[in-house]
Design a protein around this ligand. Structure first.
Ligand code: SF4
Ligand code: SF4
Length: 104
């Protein structure tokens, strides 16, 4: 990630406002207090994403751009797997009225 002109994610955040971001509970240990929620004995999720209108509590709290992630370097595995222009990105952007992006 550099600046918002070269990384569309920094002005988007749609995938952080569309899905429940859940992961194996131990991944939450690398996150600041209060940014994750325990779902089951084995699963946790990013705070704010287990809602009917999900919005990750870390979204927009980074310094790299308007929609920058506050925990980018320690973000959990589902966040690392989504890629600009993939199916999840496209579905999330459509949900927020944004045009699809080309796969990089
Ligand atoms: S991966 Fe796609 S939906 Fe997610 S922030 Fe980046 S451009 Fe937006
Ligand atoms: S942790 Fe960061 S990348 Fe993952 S959903 Fe939240 S704001 Fe988005």
């Amino acid at each position: 990630m550099s600046d918002s002109s070269s990384n569309p994610c920094l002005d988007c955040g749609a995938c952080c406002m569309s899905f429940r971001v859940s992961f194996y509970w131990a991944e939450a240990l690398q996150l600041p207090e209060g940014l994750s929620e325990q779902l089951t004995p084995h699963l946790a999720c990013m705070a704010g994403t287990n809602a009917s209108s999900p919005r990750c509590a870390a979204l927009g709290r980074g310094t790299a751009g308007p929609m920058a992630c506050a925990v980018y370097d320690s973000r959990p595995s589902p966040c690392r797997e989504v890629e600009i222009g993939d199916d999840k990105c496209t579905r999330a952007r459509a949900r927020h009225g944004l045009a699809p992006l080309a796969l990089l």
